[in-house]
Design a binder for this molecule. Structure first.
Ligand code: IDP
Length: 137
């Protein structure tokens, strides 16, 4: 089933020069297409909406600071089972628990600085596309 997902390459990916590497992994999956791509620095309001479910958790404030510490690259990726597929390319939240071969497993060690966000369901993807690319709803 063709669907779309919202991906953010986090400020650590930009700082470490991993943007091309990560986009390359997404691009090489057969049939997936990048349909929007933008480098931007996020404001607190956008992040509060994006990570609202985590408000009040101990990692929330440091996460907000980290996500504003440099630019992110926001993408829409479309294709067959792309929501589940990008989550699997990324690996689980904790990069040490993520298998080698995944983006987090290959490049990360710190839970907060885990390189990539990807929508966790088609419903989240539509909400996040509306937040980051309102013209693409
Ligand atoms: P996900 O990005 O794998 O979907 P979420 O549970 O939605 O994970 O958490 C959002 C982001 O918050 C994570 O990607 C990570 O950057 C950060 N985060 C989650 N849990 C922790 C934690 O226990 N310590 C520090 N940062 C965390």
């Amino acid at each position: 089933m063709t669907e779309r997902t919202l991906v953010l390459l986090k400020p650590d990916a930009h700082r470490r020069g991993l943007i091309g590497e990560i986009i390359g992994r997404i691009e090489r999956k057969a049939g997936w297409e990048i349909t929007a791509l933008e480098l931007r620095t996020l404001d607190a309001g956008t992040l509060e909406q994006h990570y609202g479910e985590h408000r009040g958790k101990p990692f929330y404030e440091p996460l907000m600071g980290f996500m504003q510490s440099g630019p992110v690259v926001a993408l829409i990726v479309e294709g067959e089972r792309v929501v589940e597929g990008v989550r699997r390319l990324a690996g689980p939240t904790d990069p040490i628990a993520a298998a080698p071969g995944s983006i987090r497993g290959d490049f990360g060690t710190i839970v907060r600085e885990n390189l990539i966000h990807a929508s966790d369901s088609p419903e989240s993807a539509e909400r996040e596309v509306a937040l980051f690319f309102p013209g693409r709803v």
